[in-house]
Design a protein around this ligand. Structure first.
Ligand code: SF4
Length: 509
């Protein structure tokens, strides 16, 4: 059986190619092959991009977008579709004549792109059985099923939900039969015909977990492989949707099987002579520090000196000086620390403990070693306030680390996020600055976004003469400025594009 595994295009204001490794789709391909079938991966977001209009649902963003804006304090100006047109994607899938098409939608915010591809695919291949899975469908399966959409939705982890579906499909052989059989399958497979979604899919046991690893970037200096090893997280932050796909238990595959998978992949795809960098995409691998360091040790034994990053962030509460030094010795060259919610009181409400003294101490330790550090924090979550978000930014300004401020994006099913289910999924992207829960307005979030970039401008070691002038101007006037194409002088960001009162409060307190 030929199965096309498809990552649909995504539409957003930005895309970070070195973070895009489609590790969920990689796991699906591995499981399909282990069951004796052929899998072909079509990773569309890697296949070019094209400018698109800002959709009507995001019309409110026009007030904060400054046409022609660019530079270190700028907000986004243009939206793109990363991947070919939906019609072209559908044509490429159809050309493969698949027996089954499996779409992987890795974030709820990109559900709309997945649905557009589903519709285009149905026009070309009305009889082809189609299944969807991933974090997006796991949180809202009903959105993806129906007569002209997917025939089944896989919730939770593919190691558990995919094999029974493949068996069912082999028995069924047709789209209609697959639909009726899927309704009887447990393990998170949901079928159409109005049947309500069942409980979240079962999660894989430690021995069942497939370590995912894929080449994700290549430069003149190194080749990066991204890997995902553990599943779940032992912490239960209220604002985090990880349990929708991975349950509530933290699990690790046997260390040797994880190391073998990564080594096989680097051996098969590594460019001879180019140093290797491993980017760990796990949600919280530090939850077992012994495992994490033993795995990196095992990789360095085989690969020699490697560099290591964790672009998805690391829980700083699980670090101390000794652990930082150990990770540095094992090749970690940059520390991306996840702080969650910075103001302590709000953090507690979100069931996320906080120790800002520790965080600051770790940043100072890393700074003394000359190691680049980014601290990620969230603003705009339900219950956030203008005062809290300003104090979070002031904390980020005060520590020797770059600011990685993210604007909260809700997923249906999270506490306090019921509204997300009734809104277009595109509003749930971090770049959409939608005022969820009315905690912060779009103008306030735009000001926070630009101020976070200003903080990073302040921390850059090597500024051009022009950027130094921009920085001095903002500091002197306590007013945000930016560059606009066609203007020689920095342009004062108007109040409608970033709440100027919030900016004043940030600089004055
Ligand atoms: S520590 Fe991170 S991954 Fe774990 S629940 Fe909290 S936000 Fe989610």
């Amino acid at each position: 059986m030929n199965i096309a595994v498809i990552v649909p295009p995504i539409e957003d204001f930005y895309h970070t190619p070195h973070r895009h490794a489609s590790l969920g789709a990689e796991v699906v391909c591995t499981i399909i092959r282990q069951h004796g079938h052929e899998s072909i991966l079509l990773d569309f977001p890697c296949m070019g991009s094209e400018a698109t209009d800002i959709p009507g649902e995001l019309g409110y963003l026009r007030e904060v977008i400054l046409p022609g804006e660019y530079g270190p304090t700028a907000f986004f100006t243009r939206r793109r579709r990363y991947g070919p047109s939906y019609e072209e994607c559908a044509a490429r899938i159809a050309a493969l004549k698949p027996d089954l098409a499996a779409l992987s939608c890795f974030a709820f915010a990109y559900s709309d792109s997945c649905l557009k591809l589903l519709r285009a695919l149905r026009r070309l291949l009305p009889e082809c059985p189609v299944i969807v899975g991933g974090a997006g469908p796991s949180s809202m399966p009903d959105t993806f099923i129906g007569d002209n959409l997917a025939d089944a939705v896989l919730r939770g982890e593919a190691e558990v939900s995919l094999p029974p579906l493949l068996d069912a499909f082999l028995k069924a052989g047709s789209r209609k039969l697959l639909q009726s059989i899927c309704r009887e399958i447990p393990n998170g497979v949901t079928a159409p015909l109005g049947k309500p979604p069942g409980p979240p899919g079962l999660t894989a046991s430690a021995g069942e977990i497939q370590t995912a690893c894929a080449a994700s970037a290549v430069t003149k200096r190194f080749q990066q492989f991204s890997a995902s090893i553990s599943r779940g997280c032992p912490m239960h932050c209220r604002f985090c949707s990880i349990s929708f796909s991975h349950g509530r238990d933290f699990r690790l595959p046997p260390l040797e099987s994880a190391a073998t998978r990564i080594l096989e992949r680097t051996a098969a795809e590594g460019v001879p002579g180019l140093p290797i960098s491993i980017n760990i995409e796990d949600d919280n691998l530090l939850a077992d520090f012994g495992y994490c360091s033993a795995l990196l040790e095992r990789l360095t034994q085989q690969l020699g000196a490697i560099s290591v990053t964790a672009e998805n962030g690391m829980d700083y509460r699980l670090l101390d000086h000794e652990r930082i030094d150990r990770l540095t010795a094992l090749g970690m060259r940059k520390f991306n620390l996840s702080a969650g919610i910075v103001p302590s009181q709000a953090s507690l409400q979100q069931r996320r403990s906080q120790d800002l003294a520790l965080l600051e101490d770790l940043c100072r330790h890393l700074h003394a070693q000359g190691t680049e550090t980014v601290v990620y924090a969230i603003a705009g979550f339900p219950g956030d306030s203008r005062r809290q978000s300003i104090s979070a930014l002031q904390f980020l300004r005060s520590i020797p680390a770059y600011s990685g401020l993210s604007l909260f994006y809700p997923v249906p099913g999270l506490p306090g996020c019921a509204a997300a289910a009734d809104h277009p999924s595109v509003l749930s992207a971090g770049s959409s600055l939608y005022p969820w829960g009315e905690s912060l307005s779009t103008r306030e979030m735009a000001a926070l976004f630009r101020l976070s970039r200003f903080i990073n401008l302040e921390k850059h070691k090597h500024l051009s003469h022009r950027d130094k002038r921009l920085l001095d101007l903002i500091r002197r006037d306590k007013v945000l400025h930016t560059y606009i194409k066609g203007r020689d002088e920095p342009f004062e960001v108007p109040d409608y594009a970033a709440d100027s009162e919030l900016v004043r409060e940030f600089f004055s307190s």
